[in-house]
Design a protein. Structure first.
Length: 135
C-alpha cells in the first residue's frame, strides 16, 4: 500500500507543470498562494497525525504490557499496537514533512511575487493618507 502511494506521488510530481510566477496577475497569485497554504497545512496535519499515531501505539503497548497477566512468552503480543503505530505513523510523518516544506516554499515565492504589485504612489508617504494644499 505504501509503495503504491509513493509511486502515485512520484509519478504526479514528474508530470506536474512548473508555473512561472512572473506571468501571473494579482488574482492568480492569490489563488496560487491559497493553494500553497492549503498544501502546507495538509503537510503539517499529516506529519503531526503520523507522530500522534506512532506515540499512541507506543503508549498503548506500554499500558497493555504493564497490565499483561499471561505467560512470559506471550508478552510479545503486547507489541502489536507499537508495531502497527510505527508502521503507520512513521511513513505518514515522512510523507508529511516534504509536503509541508513544498507548501511553505510555494507560499513564500507567491508572497514575494505579490509584493511586486505593492507599488507606492510617487507623491505619497503612506497609502491612503495625504493632504494636498493648493494656493
Amino acid at each position: 500500500v505504501i509503495f503504491i502511494f509513493l509511486l502515485c506521488i512520484v509519478s504526479s510530481s514528474i508530470i506536474a507543470q512548473k508555473i512561472n510566477l512572473d506571468t501571473l496577475n494579482f488574482d492568480q497569485l492569490n489563488v496560487y498562494k491559497d493553494k500553497a497554504v492549503k498544501l502546507r497545512n495538509a503537510g503539517m496535519i499529516v506529519t503531526f497525525t503520523g507522530v500522534g499515531i506512532a506515540a499512541g501505539g507506543w503508549i498503548a503497548s506500554s499500558i497493555w504490557a504493564d497490565n499483561f497477566k499471561g505467560e512470559s512468552e506471550e508478552i510479545f503480543i503486547t507489541l502489536a499496537p507499537f508495531l502497527i503505530g510505527m508502521a503507520v505513523g512513521i511513513p505518514a510523518a515522512i510523507i508529511g514533512i516534504p509536503i509541508w516544506v513544498i507548501g511553505g516554499i510555494k507560499k513564500s515565492k507567491a508572497e514575494v511575487a505579490i509584493m511586486k504589485f505593492d507599488i507606492k504612489p510617487e507623491n505619497s508617504m503612506v497609502l491612503g493618507v495625504g493632504i494636498n494644499l493648493r494656493f
